[in-house]
Design a protein around this ligand. Structure first.
Ligand code: GLN
Length: 530
């Protein structure tokens, strides 16, 4: 049995009966990373021996008869935006190269306490700015469906690791779509929880009013199980909700078991299903709607007129908050320090350090944000964007007065080619057209695979959104839809992942072999660091 192919829920079952040990499962993942990550570069750091040591501790606890959580012994990959006290935490930036935080993010502390085994840190766009993972300072991650394609971003490393069976589950963070869009283009499941539902303590901040940590997995149930572990109130995060949360795993199991969507009102957001979207994406989306309708759902068209302004508002609010959050990388307390000459002033050291430590996209957003917040322009830009944000929240409220969930394609296209949008920030920003509204309103959103686009054979995702605090509804509806899809396909979509990562398809389409590259910098599956 290939342990790496099992969903976390099934692996956890074998671990709990003692049929499989955590050391065996962890070693299987590490071997798979050693085999695949030279091509993919999903990891910036692999825990190696530390992971095996932790797994063996969990096995011992189990042998001692200790009561363990449902995911104890299951390996997990962690996006490098999350602080880990035993591994570098760089947010894929040079400015934090080699930095090992003195503490764990709350979500990391919780998964450790639940007995999960961290496999390492995954690649991402620098400070989570991007939609392709090409803005990583340590080289891009590649899409396991086709190595010449991007894995989405900013959490492309976590999505690629899960899609390529390097890890059963992973953690991501989603500020404007960085969990859902990578899920869509890699054929995985990704959940952005309700804002405040999962702690942000120890998540390196991009835009604090938008950031949310969440799970990445191959099944809806697996995301629910991880969400159950990491979610819930945290006194270290002042925006953390105090609500008691239901069991998301139970919600997912109920959905999968029912097979019915009778009585569920599904709203299709007119503004998020544009004619400009790729034909194969729209086709699979329409088929998914038909499947939901057959299962009893009532499909309603919904208009959310202010969603049209979501990207514009986001690209003022996000840079404004980011410019403020990133001011702390001043070379004084931690991170890279560049000293330009013996007599350099403090300002000159800061300027040289930030100049060398930040990549071009980060600098672009700091400049944009600083401008948007400057005295003469604050009201015109930041103030207006906040008003648009309120209008978008009202659109959601009006929509959810009519329907239970909203749906849209999770991304406008399948995975694009590496390099295709790198020099065109606006084209890159437009990728988040469907995912950004949920962040602006704080509502939960899930990305779920719904098939392969006929024209390029690459994964397509649907996005499901629910009112704030109704994350459980997404797990129920998502698991029902997933079960219907698996039935119609005769198995999970990832069973069709090419074993050679789409190399042959790239060759057939006349692409040169250099698109199947040598490993990027920093891939040292034996425990090395980027
Ligand atoms: N791609 C979006 C951006 O560049 C979203 C990023 C994210 O969710 N972290 O800002």
């Amino acid at each position: 049995m290939d342990l790496t192919r099992l969903p976390a829920s099934e692996l956890a079952g074998l671990l709990s009966t003692g049929e499989v040990s955590s050391v065996e499962a962890t070693r299987a993942s590490l071997d798979r990373i050693a085999e695949a990550d030279g091509d993919l570069h999903a990891f910036l750091h692999v825990a190696g021996d530390a992971a095996i040591a932790r797994a063996s501790e969990i096995d011992q606890l189990r042998r001692d008869g200790r009561e363990l959580g449902p995911l104890a012994g299951v390996p997990i990959a962690i996006k490098d935006v999350l602080c880990t006290n035993d591994m570098p935490s760089t947010a894929a930036s040079r400015i934090l190269e080699g930095w090992i935080p003195p503490y764990d993010a709350t979500v990391v502390a919780r998964l450790r306490a639940a007995g999960m085994v961290p496999l390492g840190k995954t690649n991402m766009d620098e400070f989570a700015m991007g939609s392709s993972t090409e803005h990583s300072a340590y080289g891009p991650t590649r899409n396991p469906w086709a190595l010449d394609r991007i894995p989405g971003g900013s959490g492309g490393g976590s999505a690629a690791a899960v899609a390529a069976f390097e890890a059963p589950v992973a953690l991501g963070s989603d500020t404007g779509g960085s969990i859902r869009q990578p899920a869509a283009v890699t054929g995985t499941v990704g959940m952005k929880p309700t804002y405040g539902g999962v702690s942000r303590y120890g998540a390196i901040a991009l835009a604090s009013s938008l950031d949310q940590v969440g799970p990445v997995s191959r099944t809806v149930l697996d995301s629910a199980l991880v969400h159950d572990v990491i979610g819930g109130h945290d006194p270290h995060d002042s925006t953390s909700l105090r609500d008691p949360w239901p069991s998301f795993a139970e919600a997912a199991r109920a959905g999968a078991a029912s097979g019915s969507l009778a009585g569920v009102r599904v709203g299709v957001v007119r503004e998020l299903d544009s004619e400009g979207f790729q034909a194969g994406v729209r086709q699979r989306f329409d088929e998914a709607l038909a499947l939901m309708q057959n299962a009893g759902a009532e499909i309603v068209e919904i208009s959310a007129p202010n969603f049209e302004y979501a990207i514009a508002a986001y690209y003022l609010i996000l840079p404004a908050e980011a410019s403020s959050n990133l001011a702390k990388y001043d070379s004084v307390r931690f991170g890279l320090r560049v000293t330009p000459g013996e007599t350099a002033t403090v300002e000159q050291v800061m300027s040289a350090s930030r100049g060398a430590g930040f990549g071009p996209e980060v600098k672009r957003r700091i400049i944009l944000g600083t401008y948007a917040l400057s005295a003469g322009y604050y009201d015109a830009y930041y103030g207006s964007a906040q008003k648009v944000r309120t209008l978008i929240q009202r659109d959601f409220a009006a929509a959810f007065a009519q329907v239970d969930v909203l749906v849209s394609p999770a991304a406008p296209t399948t995975a694009f080619r590496l390099g295709e949008k790198l020099d065109d920030p606006l084209a890159m920003y437009l990728n988040d057209i469907t995912t950004i509204p949920a962040n602006l309103a704080g509502v939960p959103g899930m990305g779920l695979p719904i098939g392969l686009a006929p024209e390029d054979g690459l994964p397509v995702g649907i996005q499901l959104m629910a009112p704030a605090r109704e994350d459980a509804r997404l797990y129920t509806v998502g698991a029902t839809l997933e079960a219907l899809l698996h039935e119609s396909w005769g198995g999970p979509l990832l069973d069709r992942l090419p074993a050679d990562f789409g190399r042959s398809a790239a060759r057939e389409s006349g692409q040169p072999d250099h698109l199947v590259p040598a490993p990027g910098p920093g891939t040292e599956p034996d425990g090395g660091t980027a």
